[in-house]
Design a protein around this ligand. Structure first.
Ligand code: ARG
Length: 290
């Protein structure tokens, strides 16, 4: 028995297993799904013939917001607008790093007007450096900040030229990654950042990326949490981490087990209604980094 204890003390992984990961308070922006609907098809998850329950979507959204608040994070709310059924997916409307804002430019005509509502919100909330992109740029849908690098997706929505534009506007190094599976049309459906800092950690689904991009991810993140098809197919990679607590869809049980193994604390939320539009917790959550 004594020997087992000694082993535990020298095992470098023991620290994370006993839960020493430290959360940091975050600032999030969300938009209630008051006008939520699936009326058009811009990704393979959307089926206008399948009814959506707006009341249920609102309850699920409220629960997500309450979860963040309970964890000590701040949530600002941008008012919903009639005629913009996807505006609940706030992550697609801005990338904010170090007080600089890069707005968005949507690929789909149906979502185009969302960008200006968010631009106005930034302007009214003390942001002085706001750049609106000239290329298609779906913001945090395709951009993930590790604390040192901006991982950037392309292939379905955001233009590759928007990556260079982001590097220039935000002054951070950008790493381009190519998505190859239409079900995982945004980077945030296939990858998310678990912890920032000197050695950031991510979780991702390799099959959603091109061969070259997969190699880049392996090189940059050799100890990443590698998700499988079941994790990805419930949009489990659309998670939100504060460095310790990881908010995930209810169904992402396999991924949750892997995260627990690495010292994270998974917190499940039900996003069944929002998933009918191809969204999960992260899509509903824009983070204001610094
Ligand atoms: N229906 C929306 C679209 O296809 C869902 C966006 C989900 N957001 C996200 N960050 N993946 O644009």
């Amino acid at each position: 028995r004594f020997r087992i204890m000694t082993t535990a003390l020298v095992d470098p992984r023991a620290e994370t297993r006993t839960g020493s990961r430290t959360p940091t308070p975050r600032d999030y922006v969300m938009c209630p799904p008051e006008h939520f609907a699936v009326e058009y098809v811009i990704n393979p998850w959307m089926d206008p013939d399948r009814p959506v329950d707006v009341e249920l979507a609102l309850r699920q959204w409220e629960e997500l917001k309450r979860t963040y608040e309970r964890l000590g994070h701040s949530v600002s709310v941008v008012p919903a607008q009639p005629g913009l059924p996807d505006m609940v997916f706030a992550a697609n409307s801005g990338t904010v790093i170090g007080g600089r804002v890069l707005g968005s430019r949507f690929r789909a005509e149906q979502r185009a007007a969302e960008a200006e509502h968010f631009r106005r919100w930034f302007a009214g909330n003390g942001y002085r450096e706001i750049v609106m992109p000239s290329r298609i740029n779906e913001a945090e849908g395709d951009f993930a900040w590790t604390g040192g690098l901006l991982l950037a997706g392309t292939g379905f929505r955001t233009d590759p030229e928007a990556h260079a534009e982001a590097q220039e506007a935000l002054g951070v190094p950008v790493v381009s990654l190519r998505l190859v599976d239409a079900r995982f049309y945004h980077l945030d459906t296939a990858l998310f950042v678990l912890s920032q800092g000197e050695h950031p950690q991510i979780a991702y689904y390799p099959e959603a990326f091109s061969t070259g991009s997969r190699r880049v991810l392996e090189r940059l993140f050799p100890d990443a949490v590698v998700a499988d098809a079941a994790d990805a197919e419930c949009l489990g990679l659309n998670g939100v981490s504060d460095g310790r607590h990881v908010v995930l869809p209810l169904e992402a049980t396999g991924l949750a087990a892997k995260l627990r193994d690495r010292g994270y604390e998974p917190i499940h939320v039900d996003v069944s209604e929002l998933r009918k539009s191809g969204g999960g917790p992260k899509c509903c959550t824009m983070e204001l980094h610094g």
